[in-house]
Ligand binder design. Sequence first.
Ligand code: S3P
Length: 202
Amino acid sequence: MVDENSGYDRKAKSPLGDLGVSNSSSHLRVQRLIFLVGYMGCGKSTKAKQLAHRLQCPVIDLDAEIVNKSGKTIAEFFEEFGESGFRDYESETLKTYDYPENCVIATGGGLPCFFDNMDWMNAHGETVYLEMEPAQLVSRLQNRQKRPLIKDLDDEQLLEFIKIKLEERNPFYRKSKIIINAFDLDAETLEHALNESKGFTN
Ligand code: S3P
């Protein structure tokens, strides 16, 4: 689902200029898809909007797209089809979405860890792991009703759960081309990290 909150205006001429034409500004010239990955609560959706705003390109939230396409909330989807049904649908959504040429994409926390999704994202664009400590994630996950995997856990249980999950998930997340500490991360620093990333800029 393309989110207009990035400030991107489809009708306006792209400030990035035509693709293939060098941009003299110091701003990063977006040429590809930028996937933000990481655990629930690490700030993927917010950072995706902020980065897209800086780059003046659309932002896509794959969880929102799943909700939009299926007509169900994530919680309802899990209830009706179970986690495996959700993972199938999530992977299909990732791979069949009609992406604009340049955009920032917020992914669901589990998406990189199923099927070949992580390899697929690496093959199709930039991948950025927004890394955060378990205790920081707990403090950011106080409102968890809409997240079926953790909705029934108290803070102590959640901390243990996240530690175990990160052990499992980090090998996938860490396949990202860029790994960045997401605590107090601002979009400018994120853009800079992408700029520095080999093979990304013109
Ligand atoms: C999940 C993360 C959620 C959502 C679903 C499963 C996970 O996305 O896809 O509840 O397995 O970590 P967010 O990371 O955007 O909360």
